[in-house]
Design a protein around this ligand. Structure first.
Ligand code: PSU
Ligand code: MN
Length: 302
């Protein structure tokens, strides 16, 4: 370990010592992606699933000038409730560390921290991407540039229709990111198990681990995006979601929300419009991603 401001939790330190596979989790989903108390319950529950599956959870965040790899219960509580937690993407990491602020890491920032800590597998809900109307706003998530530059396997339920999914997939192709559908031929749409876009399929965790190792051998520095559909019984179908998302996007426009506030606003507005149903789906799909991440992490360890 070369970067000196990495702080490992006792659990993560033990896992490294005992050669237990580690699965990383992000913290923006806790601080800015879900309401309290469901965010805290979900964060703890995800960690427990990872332990049950024989792996070690590492929730990643920034605090007291350190990159924190693994959270104590009190720290999860802080991320879930405190109002002073910054949303940290890659470009924010340095400033937040220097100012001793608390930062919740996005997919992009979490990937970067994973790399510093030697963690190869990271489970999230959905990635950020190219926003609708990006030809006007230029709103493209740094998650995509990070996937291009950082060799970490990210398991997500695809991307939701608040984004322009076609453009997001084109961007990932241009950036040289391997995108694979877990036991599916169509790119999943976060709340919805399928979208109209097709994707190359992968059916085994062993194959994912082998491809990742091959990428490293090849000297590629890009990550991999594994798109894992939400289980059908919990999905909100694509056509139903479309209307809800149009409403949320219209509200965003009317309220002139821009920049890093866009994704948190849309997530909470969609939760309101669906009367909490989207939040239930969101929780189920992250659980599902965490389980797949454990399978891949164990394979990589063999
Ligand atoms: N999508 C979700 N839930 C989330 C996010 C995305 O369904 O919580 C968060 C992730 O942390 C992701 C970030 O990395 O939003 C993307 O934000 P932006 O679009 O500002 O890059
Ligand atoms: Mn953005």
């Amino acid at each position: 370990m070369t970067y000196k401001k990495l702080h490992l939790s006792a659990e993560v330190e033990m896992a490294i010592k005992n050669n237990i596979p580690i699965v990383a989790l992000e913290s923006t989903i806790i601080a800015h992606g879900m309401p309290y108390p469901q965010n805290l319950e979900t964060a703890s529950h995800l960690e427990n699933i990872i332990r049950e599956k024989g792996c070690c959870p590492a929730t990643i965040f920034l605090r007291d000038g350190n990159i924190m790899i693994g959270a104590e219960q009190e720290q999860l509580q802080h991320l879930a409730q405190a109002k002073d937690v910054q949303k940290a993407t890659t470009r924010d990491i340095a400033a937040i560390l220097v100012k001793n602020q608390t930062g919740a890491t996005t997919v992009a920032a979490t990937m970067r921290c994973c790399r510093l800590a030697g963690i190869k597998v990271f489970a999230t809900g959905g990635i950020g991407g190219v926003h609708r109307g990006a030809e006007e706003t230029f709103d493209i998530s740094a998650d995509l540039t990070e996937l291009a530059n950082t060799p970490v396997i990210v398991i997500s339920a695809g991307a939701k229709a608040i984004l322009d999914i076609g453009k997001t997939l084109e961007y990932l192709e241009t950036a040289g990111v391997a995108v694979m559908g877990w036991q599916t031929d169509t790119f999943p749409g976060f709340y919805s198990a399928a979208t109209p876009w097709s994707i190359s399929r992968i059916d085994s965790a062993a194959a994912i681990a082998a491809i990742y190792k091959e990428q490293i051998e090849l000297g590629l520095s890009s990550g991999m995006l594994i798109a894992n559909p939400v289980p059908q019984e919990y999905e909100i179908p694509w056509n139903k979601m479309a209307l809800i998302i149009d409403q949320a996007l219209a509200d965003m426009k009317a309220m002139e929300i821009t920049g890093k506030a866009v994704t948190p606003f849309l997530l909470s507005r969609i939760t309101e419009i669906t009367g909490g149903d989207s939040l239930k789906t969101n929780i189920r799909l992250v659980e599902n991603n965490v389980k797949l991440a454990c399978r891949i992490a164990r394979r990589l360890h063999e």
